[in-house]
Design a protein around this ligand. Structure first.
Ligand code: PSU
Ligand code: MN
Length: 311
């Protein structure tokens, strides 16, 4: 995209712009997790803590959203508070929704992993931390419910650091989809895909790497070679905050049943399930969710620092 078109759409905060200019490490953060992934006020508190964690680890946070018709990379605390309060009234913006969020200037757009990757790439941010990515849902062979996040990973050159995928997703199909599109799944100090609320699942990652330096090195070579597209980096939730596997899977099953009874489909699926699971677990899944996001932000920042040293 030429520079004047880019500057018409993209609004980079002074802190993020300065960091990018100086080639300092920057970590992208999404905003659907704020509006649709957690309740107020925990969403705002978490978003602010995540930004602090990124700074503490030597990188600059760029929380991404669409506001006043602009693709924003780097939000002010007031904008984060506003987004958190708007909650599920914000438009959940994936690739499909981006032009609508830009057209209607009063739309508050919270970006999913897919849309955050797009804006991150436009801004020149390569590393992105979140909680969980979308994937192939259970029942997808008939529902066709496959998150646009996966297709984005196929083409947009941003590394997404997450805590794996919860069992509302079909991990095996998610992995097949990623493999077809040339997207590697890296396990950070783990052999298996973490299952978001828990550290383990029955599915192996493609590559286990022990250090953030090794991960940065792989990313560097991938993109140097012109192999466009993303990478998924899976980081297990810290042991202290892990959920009991049986209890959480029961909660997930109960939430899924409730979802089917109410006929919830499409983009409402994940927010509905997250909220239900939090209610069923008496808020304990929310605490796990918060902790895993903080942990992912730490690892992502370290990768970003290592990556900036390679360039
Ligand atoms: N998983 C979570 N929390 C979230 C999401 C996923 O544990 O908030 C959000 C992310 O923004 C992700 C989106 O990109 O849901 C995927 O939605 P869909 O499946 O509708 O593409
Ligand atoms: Mn979906």
């Amino acid at each position: 995209m030429n520079h004047s078109v880019l500057s018409r759409y993209l609004s980079v905060s002074p802190e993020v712009a300065e960091a990018l200019e100086a080639q300092k490490p920057v970590v992208a953060l999404e905003s659907t997790i704020i509006s649709h992934g957690m309740p107020y006020p925990q969403n705002v508190e978490t978003a602010m803590r995540v930004e602090q964690v990124v700074r503490d680890n030597g990188a600059v946070p760029a929380t991404i959203a669409v506001m006043n018709g602009k693709l924003c990379a780097g939000l002010s605390p007031e904008q984060i508070e506003f987004l958190g309060k708007t909650g599920q009234s914000a438009l959940k913006v994936s690739r499909r929704d981006l032009p609508f969020a830009v057209s209607s200037r009063d739309t508050v757009g919270a970006t999913t992993v897919a849309a955050t990757m797009i804006v991150a790439e436009l801004a020149g941010v390569k590393i992105f931390a979140t909680g969980g990515i979308g994937g192939v849902h259970r029942g997808a062979p008939t529902s066709f419910d496959i998150s646009a996040d996966l297709q984005e990973l196929a083409s947009t050159s941003v590394a997404v650091v997450c805590a794996g995928a919860k069992s509302i997703l079909d991990l095996e199909l998610t992995q097949e989809y990623l493999e077809t599109h040339g997207v590697a799944v890296i396990g950070y100090q783990t052999d298996c895909w973490p299952a978001f609320y828990t550290r383990r699942s029955d599915y192996e990652v493609d590559y286990r790497l022990e250090s953030t330096g090794e991960i940065a090195d792989v990313l560097f070579h991938k993109w140097q070679l012109g192999l466009n597209g993303g990478v998924v980096v899976c980081v297990p939730v810290p042991e202290t905050y892990e959920q009991d596997e049986v209890l959480i899977n029961n909660a997930i099953s109960e939430a899924l049943t409730e979802m089917n009874t109410q006929g919830i489909t499409g983009k409402k699926t994940t927010p509905f399930l997250l909220e239900k699971i939090a209610t069923i677990t008496g808020g304990s899944s929310l605490e796990t969710n918060i902790q895993l996001v903080l942990n992912n932000a730490t690892v992502a920042s370290q990768i970003a620092v290592n990556y900036s040293e390679l360039r």
